[in-house]
Design a protein around this ligand. Sequence first.
Ligand SMILES: [Zn+2]
Length: 92
Amino acid sequence: MDMDEEHCRICGYGEDGLTWESGWPTAGICSCCGTESGIGDMGEPGTWEGLQGIRNYRGYWVGNGARWHSPSLRPKDWDLLTQLGGIPPEWR
Ligand SMILES: [Zn+2]
């Protein structure tokens, strides 16, 4: 099973490189939602506890306007819903 993840579990952004590598967080900060892997996105795939926390965090971020952590990296044609569609199925 491939344990590497390159899409943010919270917002689906996929341009920051690996967020999780071999099942471990890379402690990178998401340029989009500002989540640090291993801090705001903990959870075992397939468990309710992890998914619940991730959904809460995602809802909070979107509810506050889905603001970019690094606004200069925001593409001109950025589309929130398209990006959210990139969230891996196990974290939706
Ligand atoms: Zn993110």
